[in-house]
Design a protein. Sequence first.
Length: 91
Amino acid sequence: MITLITYDITEPKRLNNLRRFLKEFGLRTQKSVFECDIDDVAIRRIRAYCRDNLDLDKDSVRIYRICNRCINKVGISGLGLKVTQLDYMIV
């Protein structure tokens, strides 16, 4: 399922580590946004990473699941690709 992950991390080292970690799951479409085509197992891994590596009193990570019907309603103004437009699959 297409999943949108947004984050606001207060410390640069934690920010860079999270960014590197999320690159395993999807495409960085904006500075603090990743679009991923992932399953429940991957979401659990991301939540566990956040729980174990972030300061949950200061940092914020939001995970939005986008249903297949709704992904076709996503609009882009300016530059950008939707995850569904990619010609390859990240395994």
